[in-house]
Design a protein. Structure first.
Length: 471
């Protein structure tokens, strides 16, 4: 699909869509009630810009093309955002709109769109994907695969709760009933954990698709909050927005990044000049000393090759059957060393396709701009996020660990060390493989399957929908 000619009209439609649609579970339309200290919001524009739109008194200085309107997509569970965060974001947009001391710089307008899980679902399932027709099928099967494997992890990870009888007056049947109820509650918690982790898959795919359609910068709310929590070292700027402003100068440069490097010959065909033709990936070193590209913050122009490669690889990994052995298709397991295959692995595979080489986050990539292997007019630049973003953002499976802990009230049911949880996710498919190899009925099958996406899809289409949790 070609980039939209009216991206802001379309984006406002998507982020406000659930306000006007009726849920099958309620008779109310678009609840906008938020907890104390939070406000319901779908988008943020500079106040001065909104005033000029209403009065239609914009001068030529402020009448800008789409290239000077920079889009920031914020992924968040709901549209209820802390009031302090909204105030900081408003100041952030007004900083760019008001500060135009250099007459040679065009006026930059920042439009912020808040994408709740409802918005993300609507965008994924209601939009027609001509370039990516396998989106819905990939999500259906990929989320089921995640739920299946997470269930196996939790069976081994979460300790069984033993119900002790209350004494002589309490008979065995009463104790058995309590134990049965506790087991049911524990299974419900496991199911909720599996569903929440599988739901993260939607956000993983959505990041690339929203940029493919509209471009801009996509950032998770927790990543944005980490920027706002960074100590302010510039007293001349607003304390709450200074770190965000400093980082965003890389995102919203009026000419983006110019040439491939500072010494490029302007007459050389290898020099790349572009306006809004780049992609930006931030690299952070985690606690283990490994450099990791952050998936929680990505900048790209619409229809950028990196986005195409990432979506195609992710959907392929979700749809293909999950084999037990590391054979011809080792990439299509549900998890890898960093977490979900649709998360960090997808971005790294996309970078490999785009750069035409076995990519890694070596220091030589940091700060440099590299041309796309299949389209020399497109490129990607790597930024150093050390000291700006916390290392935890680059640590394995942090979003999944937080979900597990949130659902388990009794922390004694979990391992004391997070590394044990990580190892459980990393090793689960290998453990299943080992158990199957010991099973005589699998001896004759060189590539037994953990989870068959084809069989699951067939069951979904031929059996009652109530038998399956489709996400």
């Amino acid at each position: 699909s070609k980039p939209s000619s009216f991206p802001h009209c379309e984006l406002k439609k998507w982020v406000q869509l659930h306000q006007h649609t009726q849920s099958q579970h309620t008779t109310t339309i678009g609840s906008r009630k938020c907890p104390v200290g939070q406000e319901y919001i779908t988008h943020i524009y500079p106040q001065q810009f909104k005033s000029q739109q209403r009065t239609k008194t914009s001068t030529s200085k402020h009448t800008q093309s789409n290239n000077n309107v920079k889009i920031l997509h914020i992924a968040t569970p709901t549209n209820c955002i802390p009031t302090s965060t909204i105030s900081s974001l408003q100041s952030f947009t007004e900083h760019y709109y008001s500060n135009n001391s250099n007459p040679n710089n065009p006026q930059i307008i920042i439009a912020i769109y808040i994408h709740s899980q409802e918005t993300i679902d609507a965008f994924l399932y209601q939009r027609v994907w001509n370039v990516f027709p396998e989106v819905k099928e990939g999500l259906l099967c990929g989320m089921a695969k995640i739920r299946f494997v997470v269930g196996k992890v939790l069976d081994d990870l979460v300790k069984s709760v033993v119900v002790v009888g209350g004494g002589a007056k309490e008979d065995a049947s009463s104790t058995n009933e309590k134990e049965k109820q506790e087991q049911q509650q524990q299974q419900l918690r496991k199911d909720n954990i599996a569903n929440d982790i599988a739901t993260l898959t939607k956000r993983d795919i959505w990041r690339y698709l929203i940029l493919w359609e509209f471009g801009g910068t996509v950032i998770d709310l927790e990543v944005l909050q980490s920027l706002m929590d960074t100590p302010n070292n510039n007293a001349a700027e607003t304390p709450a927005t200074s770190p965000l402003i400093n980082v965003s100068r890389q995102w919203f440069a009026s000419e983006w990044f110019g040439k491939t490097n500072d010494t490029a010959d302007s007459n050389s065909s290898s020099s790349i000049t572009f306006s809004d033709g780049d992609a930006i990936i931030t690299i952070v070193e985690n606690d283990g000393g490994k450099r990791v590209p952050l998936t929680g913050i990505i900048t790209a122009s619409p229809n950028h090759p990196l986005l195409y490669f990432c979506v195609k690889w992710a959907l392929r990994s979700m749809i293909d059957d999950n084999y037990l052995v590391w054979g011809e298709s080792p990439d299509f397991r549900a998890f890898n060393a960093m977490g979900r295959n649709t998360d960090h692995a997808t971005l790294q595979e996309g970078l490999k396709y785009m750069l035409g080489k076995e990519w890694d986050a070596k220091s030589k990539f940091i700060g440099n701009t590299n041309s796309c292997n299949v389209d020399k007019t497109k490129s990607i630049r790597f930024l150093n996020g050390n000291g700006i973003f916390p290392k935890s953002l680059a640590s394995p499976m942090q979003d999944m660990i937080s979900i597990v802990k949130r659902h388990i009230d009794n922390k004694s049911e979990l391992p004391e060390d997070d590394s044990a949880i990580i190892k459980s996710f990393q090793g689960i498919e290998a453990n299943i493989e080992k158990k199957h190899k010991e099973d005589k009925k699998f001896v004759s099958k060189p590539d037994p399957i953990i989870f068959s996406c084809m069989e699951y899809r067939l069951q979904v289409y031929t059996q009652p929908k109530s038998s399956f949790l489709l996400g």
